[in-house]
Design a protein around this ligand. Structure first.
Ligand SMILES: Cc1ncc(COP(=O)(O)O)c(C=O)c1O
Length: 424
């Protein structure tokens, strides 16, 4: 019989670490990753035929769950019509009009094929618009594998970055200034020192890549105020939060208007779509109208466009954001007291959740995550996996709820996670 173990052995021979994205590996888990062959709703099936409840949901795009029937129909229809033109077509226009008619700060947009590409392009626009080179980012935010943003605070000059990946040219890393989250005073100092060189400040308004580091609204307002005052563009990276936390993402939730915004994940309904957009005068800097070159063979792929539009229309029609909040609240209410018995905190915003070891203070910065996070998470992860529940295989990844997580699925998940936690 086909097994994940055998497939992993084969995969390791042809791909680094046997995976096509490091977050899929089970590094540190002491076992091979599960290979999945099928998905539907809130469920996954492994190649061995075992069923799992899925809280990874492809790391976020599948806000309606796997293979929503209406999206499936849209995709089939599109595929039987065409699946790539490399030319103008009406499908991307429909999605672009849908978005720009609802999100006032996205006056114009450009579709790309991933969140990374969206961020990379937004930075280029910001540099072109301001004539400045540097970007301020926050420690604890992830923006894809853009060279200049795979960085942490360096040890030298205040805030000047050092790369966190091999293969990044030092001068490129040094175009980034790194600031801790949730530190108003240091933020002010960074602006004082670097504002004249800064093209943009980029932030995940709901940082969800190193756990869930929910920020104070006042801190985010300060970021926006300082950016405005210093002629620095504000980029909200809403690749996770966009169309998930609200139609207008965290910008809508917070009432803060960014100059540029990046989307990914939900916008493509599970197909490879990214997007950057913002004020007309900024977006008009992009080729062929302006001097900022950005292109893509498969950009605005019609299958992704149709899947994305159908996803967003369905979310709007049923106020999916309210439903997701209700599901999240139900899950939290059931699970929180059980986790608390083991001094584990269930942290949630909308349909994103994360467990962390209890701490005396809210966790808003990377270094505030208590030691031992990995050990405890790995135990829960492995026990839950055994019992048929799949979480993203990393202590610092959030869990994703979808509209396919019915009450019944959530109750079953609570039962599995309760047993997993009690076994620690
Ligand atoms: C906030 C954020 N920005 C950018 C990216 C990069 O997106 P992609 O993986 O589609 O390149 C991610 C991916 O997880 C993300 O979470």
């Amino acid at each position: 019989m086909i097994s994940s173990k055998d497939l992993f052995e084969r995969a390791k021979k042809v791909s680094p670490g046997g995976v096509h994205s490091p977050v899929r590996s089970f590094a540190g888990m002491g076992r091979e990753p599960v290979f999945f062959k099928k998905a539907h709703g809130a469920k996954l099936w492994s190649v061995e035929g075992k069923e799992y409840i899925d809280f990874c949901q492809s790391f976020g795009p599948l806000v309606l769950g796997h293979r929503d029937p209406e999206i499936e129909a849209e995709v089939h229809e599109m595929i039987s019509t065409a699946w790539s033109f490399g030319a103008c077509e009406p499908y991307s226009l429909e999605l672009a009009e849908w978005i720009t008619s609802r999100i006032p700060w996205v006056e114009k947009l450009r579709f790309v094929s991933s969140g990374t590409e969206a961020v990379m392009s937004a930075l280029r626009v910001a540099r072109a618009a301001t004539g400045k080179d540097k970007i301020l980012k926050f420690e604890g935010c992830y923006h894809g594998h853009v060279d200049s943003l795979l960085v942490k605070a360096g040890s030298g000059l205040a805030g000047v970055a050092a790369s966190t990946s091999a293969g990044i040219a030092k001068p490129v890393a040094e175009t980034t200034i790194v600031c801790p989250l949730d530190d108003d005073k240091l933020l002010e100092e960074m602006f004082q020192k670097h504002a004249s060189e800064l093209a943009a400040v980029i932030i995940e308004p709901l940082p969800a890549n190193y756990g869930l580091l929910i920020q104070r609204k006042e801190f985010l307002e300060k970021v926006a105020q300082l950016a405005k005052k210093n002629n620095v563009l504000l980029i909200f990276d809403e690749v996770i939060s966009g169309f998930r936390m609200a139609l207008g993402g965290m910008a809508e939730v917070l009432g803060i208007t960014p100059d540029l915004v990046t989307y990914g994940k939900v916008i493509g309904g599970g197909f490879p779509v990214g997007c950057y957009g913002g004020k007309k005068e900024l977006m008009d800097l992009v080729a062929p109208l302006g001097p900022v070159y950005q292109a893509g063979t498969l950009s605005a792929n019609p299958v992704g466009m149709r899947a994305g539009l159908c996803t967003l229309q369905k979310m709007e029609k049923q106020n999916g954001w309210k439903l997701l909040e209700e599901k999240g609240a139900r899950f939290e209410k059931a699970l929180s007291p059980i986790l608390a018995e083991k001094r584990i905190q269930f942290l949630r915003q909308g349909s994103l959740f994360w467990f962390h070891l209890k701490s005396d203070q809210p966790i808003r910065r990377l270094e505030q995550i208590p030691a031992g996070q990995k050990e405890v998470f790995n135990k829960i992860f492995l026990a839950a996996l055994e019992a048929g529940l799949y979480l993203a295989p990393n202590a610092y990844e959030v869990g994703f709820l979808s509209l396919a997580h019915t009450d019944q699925v959530l109750d079953e998940s609570v039962r599995i996670l309760t047993a997993a936690v009690k076994g620690i």
